[in-house]
Each structure stands twice: as C-alpha cells, then as structure tokens.
Ligand binder design. Sequence first.
Ligand SMILES: Cc1cc2nc3c(=O)[nH]c(=O)nc-3n(C[C@H](O)[C@H](O)[C@H](O)COP(=O)(O)OP(=O)(O)OC[C@H]3O[C@@H](n4cnc5c(N)ncnc54)[C@H](O)[C@@H]3O)c2cc1C
Length: 382
Amino acid sequence: MHDNSLFTPTDEHRMLREMVRQFTADQVEPQAAEFDEKEQLNIPLFRSLGDLGLLGITIPVEHGGSGMDTVAAVIVAQELSRSDPGFALAWLAHSMLFVNNFYYCSSDEQKERFLEPTLTGEWVGGMCMTEPGHGTDVIGMTTTAVRDGDDYILNGTKTYITNGPEAHIFLVYAKTEGRVSAFVVTADAPGFSASNHIPKMGMRASSMSEIIFEDCRIPASNLLGEEGGGLTHMMRNLEIERLALAAMSLGIADRCLEMMVHYGNERIAFGQPINRYGQIQRYIADSYAMTEAARCLIYQVARNVGPDVRNRIGSDAAKLFAAPVGKNVADNAMQVFGGAGYCREFPIERLWRDAKLLEIGGGTLESHQKNLTKDLTRLYCR
Ligand SMILES: Cc1cc2nc3c(=O)[nH]c(=O)nc-3n(C[C@H](O)[C@H](O)[C@H](O)COP(=O)(O)OP(=O)(O)OC[C@H]3O[C@@H](n4cnc5c(N)ncnc54)[C@H](O)[C@@H]3O)c2cc1C
C-alpha cells in the first residue's frame, strides 16, 4: 500500500522492508507479550538480528555491515515496532546509539578491536550519556576521564542506560579537562559496574540500568577521536537516532490503526458495527491522517540525513511531530476497543505504554522545541 518511492526508494529498501516485516510477524510478534511481562531482552532473538545483517545496517559492507542508509534504519525501526517496540529499542540502542556512532568516530585500529562482535550480536552494545543530575542538560555532565600514563580513569554515574544490564560494550561520554570526550568501555574494565535493572512502565522488552564508573581504568587507546571532540560525535549521531525513534512511533501507529479499523468493522453495539458511529469514525480517520503525515515527514527527512549530511532541524521536527502521533493513535485504538483494549488480550495496552517513551527518550519534546527555535532563529534572523 505504501511501497512508493518516498517510503521504499530502491529495490534494496523494498526487500529489506519485506524481510523485516516477515521476521517481525514470524519471530518477534509471538514472544512480545512474554518478554514485556518478564521485563527482559530476548538475547537469542537479538542475535538473530545479527544473522540478518540488521545490527550493522548503516555500516559499510567493507567493514562487515549491510552498507545501507538512514532510510534503511528507519524501515527497520518502523517494522520491528509494529510488534515489539521494547525489542526495537534494544536494537536501536545497540545499532544506532553504539554501532553507528562508534563506526563514524573510531580509528581503523579501534574498528579492528571492537566492531566485529557487535555486528554479529555476540556482544550487546549501549551508549552512556544521561546522568542522574543531567539529562536534557547533557553538557552539564559530571562524569570525568583523567589521563594516567597509558590509561584513562573514569569516575561518575550514568543512568537510564538501555541494554545496561546485558551489554558488553558502551560508548561513554565523559569530561576531559572540562570538555566532553567519547570513549569505548567494555564491561570487564576494572571499576566498571551496572546496577540492577531499573523497572519501567513500557519498553519492557529492553532492559535499563545505571552504569557506574569507580576509578574505572581503560586504555588511552579507547579514546574515540580527539579529546574534547565528544560533542561533535554526539550531535551528529543524535540525528539518525531521533529519526529511528520517530519511526518507532510510526510503527506503533501503523499497528494500532490497523487493529482499530478491523475492530471497528467487527464489534457490534446497538445492533450495528461501531464504525457506523461518527465518534468512532473520528478516531479512525484522525489516526489515519496523523499517521500518514508522520510517515511523509520522517521519510522525507531520512533521505537527507547521513554521516556527512547534517539535518538537525529535520530530525528534531520529525521526532517532535511523530512521537505524539504514536501515543495518540495508540490511545485512540484503546478507546475504539473499549475494555478489550485496556486488557492484555490485545497488544494495544502494551503499545500504549511503549509509545510514551518516544516523547522522552532521545530528547524530550521540549528539547526538540528548544533546538528548533534556536536553529530556526539562526536560519531566519541572520
Ligand atoms: C526507557 C528509557 C531509555 C533510555 N535510554 C537511554 C540510553 O540508552 N542512554 C542514555 O544516555 N540515556 C537514555 N535515556 C535517558 C533519556 O535520554 C533522558 O531521560 C532524556 O534525555 C531526558 O532527561 P531527564 O530524564 O533527565 O529529564 P530532565 O532533563 O530532567 O527533564 C525533566 C523535564 O524538564 C524539561 N526540561 C529540561 N530542560 C528544559 C529546558 N531547557 N526547557 C524546557 N524544558 C526543559 C524536560 O523536557 C522534561 O519535561 C533513556 C530514558 C528512558 C526513559
């Protein structure tokens, strides 16, 4: 239905979408409720993403990846999120927050040491930016890295780290002499620890913890790029991250819309299908219109984001618009389903819980409004 050139620009994108959609229906959907209930990442399923080449979707083929672009990352996030946004979040934290970011700021020697096990899924990856005292105000971070001979010594605490309990490797932002730098840290480094799993409302098929550095010693060769260059890596990678998060919201909206159209046609009240009632028609029609608008914006922007193409205005706008769409369409679906939507028989209550995260994680709605106002002012008021 939507397979036209904007959403699926090449044959390669079309095959990718079909493959991920099939995999999601066959393997992700059947386990989604169970892993939500258990609040666990399904590690064997995660590793099968490596077999499909999805963990290195944006990494060039010569380095073992699938050599695809931002549109491809968006397709994967959207399709996985139709069934299991929590599992999709684990994929995103690994392949966008760690793998894509690491690839574009690492040396050949660092790629040689760390890349391969993260592409296969043997190692799970994560990214440590947020701290208990500094979320949106990320530049205020207080985690430090001090050079000591051939090592750096890290001290500080990161929080809300997706994949924290399971991950073997992290991209960590810490301050060197007051400036943000990026490091790669493995979970076996002395002085590294992960807290217990932090319980959360939704996205429960991915786990989350604090990551604590207590005189954590890592080789100086784990510095990514230059000292003080961390903010550039962070800002560049945030664009693809935000588009993938926006696409997760789109996947939730797609699924909820589909379910409410079927249910509206089948559920009888007062002797006729409920889709004959104008109030139900409004839920369905409004949901369709907002989902299509989100789809167009996300894919339009995704064509213009890449390692060498910056587009903060587009990626902030796409996430600002799309995040409430997933939440509102899930809410409309629950209303159309009535009590059945509130119960766990259908996936709607899970998708409804999952959808809210997209208004917070990877930047709150307010942070997108702040960035957009700043960037638009710079653009228009020169
Ligand atoms: C499920 C989940 C997974 C996550 N995964 C990761 C991860 O893998 N790695 C990682 O590093 N982080 C992760 N995060 C953290 C996430 O990025 C932060 O929660 C987010 O950036 C917001 O920071 P905060 O929670 O500290 O909120 P705060 O920054 O404390 O914000 C609180 C409120 O104040 C508002 N606010 C703050 N500053 C301003 C301002 N200047 N103007 C207007 N309003 C403002 C915010 O918008 C928000 O409404 C995750 C979070 C969750 C919930």
